[in-house]
Design a protein around this ligand. Structure first.
Ligand SMILES: *Cc1c(COP(=O)(O)O)cnc(C)c1O
Ligand SMILES: [Zn+2]
Length: 437
């Protein structure tokens, strides 16, 4: 099934070969999208096939991404489809979080169960496969976060050299530690994100390095399978809403594309609505959504939030994301640092847990239920994008009342669970435990 790259700009719509080494449209600089001449047409056959693959021991079938390869047919052969058995993430019912949000029920699709602990793995397995297919030997990205961790792991599996560019003095240790352990060459540069990106683009071209930043259209293809797997787990009964945090907005673009394609192939009857949640200090997409002029993104020069995975002031995928939110009759909301922190603790109390950016979903749902946008009896799935253990520093500070918002304002640890210091005295400990029954 031949695949092509289509320019996303209305005025351009140029088509390019999937084997061209490009990240944006060479004619106009627009975003690129994978398109296929005829997606599969027999939905019932596909559903059966995918269900059978769950019992298969073939690595490709065991991957929660490549299992759905009929919907991401950008490779000619699957010899380059390397896998860490990404995807296969659970749908978890969370009654306590539902009550917190004011809903009758709420389900989490937890992408933190991925091999490197975030949904970046769903996309990275495809991005690295594309790098191999193009014959590249080195891959690079600019990121201090989950993208680096994921790229480092998949490059290691594929036998590629991984090069990570890190803005100097702006390091998130949990995630950087993963990249170091997986063997990525890590370069700290004395410049901000945008400056480094320009530099890396130049270098990539000169040195033949494949870029795996979030603009990469093949990563988007892999991330589509998050919602395909979600529908499979629900026996193809779509929820009313899918809620996702918005940073660079690649996931929003991927989910919307997947939903459109699933409706087109008859896998689902109608599309759920997308709700994208941003942090107030890094909410250009929310500002765009609220403004009368949706043609220009009001970029945020100094984005600030403790939810570092969504601390993005100039999200690259915004034109696609805007299109997808509009197509799905969706909404965009923004939440405060306090709302994120408390929602995160509530997700923890469910025995589930997630990293700060993921908790923006629950905070956003709560707000959208309160304002009547989401009905109390709606069927809602919120996507938790990253694992609790990605940011232990945040967790410890919250529970010990030391968490500060970026401006320095103290956050209230509404659901603090402080560690208790006790003497090595059985009577005193017994007494204390008796009080806390
Ligand atoms: C990358 C990331 C996000 C943001 O996703 P976008 O596709 O950039 O909008 C949110 N949460 C986590 C944990 C991430 O790693
Ligand atoms: Zn173009």
């Amino acid at each position: 099934m031949p695949a092509e790259l289509l320019c996303f700009e209305h005025e351009c719509r140029a088509r390019h070969s999937v084997t061209e080494l490009i990240y944006t449209c060479p004619r106009c600089g627009g975003l690129l999208e994978c398109i296929y001449s005829g997606l599969p047409t027999e939905p019932e056959r596909l559903k059966r096939l995918w269900r059978e693959r769950r019992l298969s021991n073939l690595p490709l079938d065991r991957s929660g991404v490549w299992r759905y390869r009929e919907l991401i047919p950008f490779l000619d052969t699957f010899e380059h489809a390397i896998s860490l058995q990404e995807g296969n993430t659970p749908l978890l019912d969370a009654p306590q979080a539902a009550r917190y949000a004011g809903l009758q029920r709420l389900t989490f699709k937890h992408q933190g169960f991925n091999p490197t602990g975030s949904f970046k793995d769903n996309g990275m397995t495809c991005g690295v496969a594309q790098a191999l297919r193009l014959g590249m030997r080195r891959v690079a990205c600019v990121s201090t976060g989950n993208t680096s961790a994921s790229m480092a792991a998949y490059a290691a599996v594929a036998g590629l050299q991984a090069i990570i560019f890190v803005p100097h003095g702006n390091i998130s240790f949990g995630k950087l530690a993963q990249a170091l352990e997986y063997g990525a060459l890590t370069l700290q540069v004395e410049a901000n994100f945008d400056r480094i990106l320009a530099l890396v683009r130049q270098l990539a071209e000169r040195l033949g390095i494949y870029l795996l930043n979030s603009i990469n259209p093949f990563r988007i293809e892999g991330q589509k399978t998050i919602v395909v797997e979600l529908m499979d787990q629900r026996d193809w009964q779509p929820p009313d809403w899918i809620v996702v945090p918005g940073g660079n907005l690649g996931n929003t673009a991927a989910f919307g594309k997947a939903l459109r394609e699933m409706v087109a192939t008859g896998l689902i009857r109608q599309s759920p609505r997308l709700a994208v949640i941003q942090a107030e200090g890094a909410a250009p997409f929310y500002q765009l959504w609220r403004s009368a002029d949706r043609d220009r993104l009001p970029r945020v020069e100094e984005p600030e939030t403790l939810a570092t995975a969504i601390r993005i002031g100039d999200p690259v995928s915004w034109p696609k994301a805007l299109y997808e939110v509009e197509c799905s009759r969706g909404v965009v909301e923004a939440v405060s640092e306090q709302e994120i922190a408390d929602a995160k603790a509530q997700i923890g109390r469910c025995g589930i847990g997630c990293e700060p950016a993921s908790a923006a979903t629950l905070a956003g749902v709560r707000k959208l239920v309160a304002s009547g946008v989401i009905a109390r009896d709606a069927d809602v799935v919120a996507v938790l994008t990253g694992n609790l253990m990605k940011d232990p520093d945040y967790v410890y500070k919250y529970h010990t009342g030391q968490l500060e918002a970026p401006g320095g304002a103290k956050l209230v640890s509404t659901y603090a669970n402080r560690p208790v210091v006790v003497p090595p005295d059985p009577d005193r400990i017994a007494e204390m435990l008796e009080e806390r029954r």
